[in-house]
Design a protein. Structure first.
Length: 253
């Protein structure tokens, strides 16, 4: 569900809990929390701290906690609890966040080998032309910094990240692909993502990693979480087999 499209019940308008925080009922089985004001990173920090706190407290009836960039959707079983009880849980989490008692987990760091261009990154030439850069300059910008995972998206926990410091946003494809290979490295707007499984997609593809991002036999399915950091490292096509079948793992410090 797109949190911006959440149907807010008219009889219970959004409540402002403190400057920049609003809570509203969302349909008959969810509450949506919106952080406003401040800067984008502060809004993100707020909704994810609240999500972590609610997840740790495990309020009765709550089964879904979906944080994004500046919104948090809390889904519940309306046969077990209601909007008022869930809102109280959200307020308690907000109070803990404001008091500084809620601590986010330390960021994990992942290094991702990528074959850029060619069959693995068919849109690299187009993106370079759109940005007025050479293909190598696009690769250098994409691999020259680390990216923060802001939230997990569809499908299958795709790591939605801040994008590279390109001079302009990258347009989505005019005609989305019906099938994008697992491990594809894509960009759009000012965001970046790794496709964890084969799926349709409309983001331009810069390259692909031979690492296995998603493990259907693992719990959790993917090793990363919001707040973790990714860094992409270019490799030549002849090194693809060196990594084939290996799983994505956090660096051990």
């Amino acid at each position: 569900m797109d949190l911006d499209d959440c149907p807010v019940r008219e009889e219970r308008p959004a409540r402002e809990e403190r400057p920049g925080i609003h809570i509203a009922d969302c349909g008959d089985s969810a509450v949506v929390v919106t952080a406003t004001g401040a800067d984008a990173d502060s809004r993100w920090q707020t909704v994810h701290a609240v999500a972590d706190s609610i997840g740790a407290d495990e309020p009765p009836g709550v089964y879904g906690i979906v944080p994004a960039y500046d919104k948090l959707l809390v889904e519940f079983d309306c046969a077990v609890t209601d909007h008022e009880a869930v809102t109280r849980a959200v307020r308690a989490a907000l109070a803990g966040s404001a008091a500084g008692t809620a601590q986010r987990p330390a960021a994990q760091h992942f290094t991702v080998p990528v074959v850029y261009g060619g069959e693995h990154g068919p849109d690299l030439p187009v993106v370079a032309e759109q940005l007025g850069l050479t293909e190598q300059e696009v690769i250098d910008l994409h691999s020259g910094t680390s990216f923060t995972v802001r939230c997990l998206g569809a499908p299958a926990g795709s790591p939605m990240m801040d994008g590279p410091p390109f001079p302009a946003p990258v347009p989505r494809l005019a005609s989305p692909r019906t099938s994008v290979p697992a491990g594809s490295i894509a960009v759009a707007g000012r965001q970046a993502v790794i496709c964890p499984m084969r799926s349709p997609g409309g983001w331009p593809l810069l390259g692909r990693t031979p690492l296995r991002i998603l493990d259907l036999d693992a719990d959790p399915l993917c090793p990363y979480r919001p707040g973790d950091r990714f860094r992409f490292v270019p490799i030549s096509p002849d090194r693809w087999d060196d990594y084939t079948g290996a799983s994505l793992e956090a660096a051990h410090e």
